[in-house]
Design a protein around this ligand. Sequence first.
Ligand SMILES: *Cc1c(COP(=O)(O)O)cnc(C)c1O
Length: 392
Amino acid sequence: MFSYQHLALTPIINACGTVTRLGGAPLRQAALDSYQQASLEAIPLEELQTAVSQQLAEWTGAEAGIITSGAAAALTLGAAAILAGSDPAKMECLPHTENIPHEFLVSRDHRSGYDHAVRASGARLREIGLNEVVSGAGVRRTEVWEYEAAICENTAGILYVYTKDSAPALADVVSLGQKHNLPVLVDAAGELPPPSNLTTLVASGANLVAFSGGKAIGGPQASGLLLGQRKLVGSALLQMLDMDDHPQLWKPSLLDQLDFQAMPRHGIGRGFKVSKESVMALMSALDEFLQEDNSVRMQGLADTLSDIQKKLEQAGIISQVHWPDPETTPRLHLPAADAFRVCQQLRDSSPRVFVGHGMLDQDILIINAIALREHQIDDLCQALIDAVNNPL
Ligand SMILES: *Cc1c(COP(=O)(O)O)cnc(C)c1O
């Protein structure tokens, strides 16, 4: 079997989490088994995604759902669905949107590099609100009236990036969207665990919600979920599927044939295709994710971190487990003078170690155990002790 060794590559120790840059977390065994099984039989993809949609509806309460090649792809497809609806002519034009409403309202403090995925559909973002809190020049965050004041004939929808601290409240933005008939697209890519977010965000009434499949769910790295209204999810699916068939033979399955004046051609998402293997692997991973006890899983991660903490303490290094919510992933904070240097030394060590780098400017390294494997813990601790205690 061809392996990383054949490419003269040495894998790293990932103490950073389910980050894409580092290849994510290990795939669940059940997902791997499904991947192999699914590959042995051929299935029309539109039928597959339609059956998946019914199962996702049962699991999440959404009207419909599809599997995409990641949350970023789900955002592009979701935005494309909002822009084009079920109009094949509009689908054909994307990403050119001069002649149709194409603005998505977004709070200034919801912006990030990931919104490139929304813009890739042809949507343009119209920022609202001010960064008063971030700039230390005030206490107010974006308010609902500011969304309302920005609505014009070019407005197509609202982009909302969900975290438990997002403002204004999702429910209020959804109400506003409903009042003005503007769909709300929610980026909740990394908001699992807790698993309850799958149902509560759907139940918020948001029109579309995107989640990553390759983060805590433990599906293929390049997989994701788009959940929401059947009409929009169906449009997103069509803009991703291969459409090379005769119109007179085509039987749309997630949407009704009557919804269409004509059969769309390959859409803007054709490059985000998802294989039947990935679809089934993510369904297996999600099935396990929903069945397991999340508190037990999180406790297991916390126990691993306590174990690391004790080993570091024996070498005179003090760290703290940071676990504000028992339903979400715990982390170990390791204060270290000159954290950038320590981080670099860890990346250059043997074996190479990657830790969370979100608080380096505060001289804190972060350890997340979700992608760590049991046999790596001793090497990880040794590398941390060396890098902190013996600067090169
Ligand atoms: C990870 C992430 C994404 C991208 O998800 P993929 O599944 O890697 O495509 C988008 N938005 C946010 C906020 C994320 O954390």
